[in-house]
Design a protein around this ligand. Structure first.
Ligand SMILES: Cc1cc2nc3c(=O)[nH]c(=O)nc-3n(C[C@H](O)[C@H](O)[C@H](O)COP(=O)(O)O)c2cc1C
Length: 356
């Protein structure tokens, strides 16, 4: 499988990046297995406390001496009236009740411990940091780069990619609309930034000089080869790793992905306040049907947190967020090592055939 100038910079064998996926998916076992197999594993630290992030980094280091990344959420301003928060919470009560729990106290603080997470990354000398939801403060960029840490941004439009390059980010993920999980969009209404990977990647490649990483809908060597043909130097896969045995994905969630098709996902703000792609379920359908008011991120995310945790405990898929991309029919269950080995073999067969 071909290397690129980015694989050299990242010091990895194959141009395969496992997306940082916040919410308990990127266990030290998953991240280290990807790095040990020649790709780049990433810890999805978006929701982690600084203490949990430190533990996660240390446990990953115990399992691999290869490079891995940490993925962070760039914080955004939090503003919503007490009234909005109260109303959003009230509308969640029936879902809470259906699980036999209550949303007792309304949260008043909405943590986004970004700076503390950055301190942990510097302490632990993590070699690569990726970001989503925006551009980090210039001071943070300078601090990380001074320590030789390689920075990867996320863009969903050409302008967002140019903005990343302008502040000194080293490589950019071009996230197509097929992608599972949250949209990384930060500079335009998200509906305008739903560009498919096939259109987005070459346009980004044409307008920036930093390496581009394609993301969205790639599940095997065919997608990765296509992304390389479009000019991407690597591919970032999320959904494909959810069904790997080392991931922290609950088994009901894995089964839902393995039995779903390309028409089963939708983009919704109802779980977190930010648009994200996942398998449609009762919570999404009911909230959309009732035209329920949704608080902005991260307030809505905090309000649904206990509901999602309880639903997960009860294996109730209808009230869990089941983030997934549009390629789920290609999902397979197995170990990370087998997945990466199969991708590499398939890639080499395709290259050998040279039939197109
Ligand atoms: C379950 C899940 C959680 C995700 N969480 C994050 C995250 O925390 N940070 C991030 O930058 N991207 C996140 N993403 C998006 C990925 O970075 C990537 O854009 C996407 O997975 C690519 O599309 P695919 O899922 O079709 O492979 C997530 C994706 C999924 C499926």
């Amino acid at each position: 499988m071909y290397s690129s100038s980015l694989t050299t910079k990242l010091n990895i064998m194959y141009p395969i990046i496992q997306a940082g996926m916040a919410g308990g998916i990127t266990t030290p076992e998953l991240v280290s297995a990807v790095s040990n197999a020649g790709g780049l594993g990433s810890i999805g630290a978006g929701y982690m406390t600084p203490e949990n992030l430190r533990t996660s980094i240390q446990r990953t280091k115990e399992r691999t001496n290869k490079p891995f990344a940490v993925n962070l959420f760039v914080p955004n301003e939090v503003s919503a009236s007490e009234q909005t928060i109260k109303k959003a919470a009230e509308q969640l009560q029936p879902f809470y009740e259906s699980l036999g729990v209550h949303l007792d106290e309304l949260p008043t603080t909405f943590q986004q411990p970004f700076e503390e997470q950055v301190t942990v990354i510097l302490d632990e000398q993590v070699p690569i940091v990726s970001f989503t939801f925006g551009i980090p403060p210039q001071e943070t960029i300078n601090k990380l780069k001074k320590e030789g840490i390689l920075l990867i941004g996320t863009a969903t439009t050409v302008d967002e990619a140019i903005a990343q390059e302008d502040v000194g980010i080293d490589a950019v993920v071009a996230q197509g609309s097929e992608a599972g999980g949250h949209r990384g969009t930060f500079s335009s209404p998200f509906e305008q930034a739903l560009i498919g990977t096939m259109s987005l990647v070459p346009q980004v490649v044409d307008h920036v000089s930093i390496p581009v990483i394609a993301a969205g809908g790639m599940m095997d060597a065919r997608g990765i080869m296509a992304a390389r043909a479009l000019g991407a130097q690597a591919a970032q896969l999320g959904t494909a790793f959810l069904t790997c045995l080392e991931s922290g994905t609950k088994s009901v969630y894995q089964e839902a992905i393995l039995t779903s098709s390309e028409t089963d996902t939708t983009i919704t703000r109802v779980f977190s306040g930010k648009p994200a792609r996942g398998l449609a379920n009762t919570f999404i359908r009911d909230m959309q049907k009732n035209k329920t008011e949704v608080a902005p991120y991260p307030i809505q995310n905090t309000l649904t947190n206990k509901m999602r945790r309880e639903a997960s405990k009860q294996n109730n898929m209808e009230l869990m967020s089941l983030w997934a991309g549009q390629g789920t029919r290609m999902s397979k269950k197995g170990t990370v090592a087998t997945f990466i080995q199969d991708v590499v073999e398939q890639y080499e067969q395709l290259a050998e055939k040279n039939s197109f």
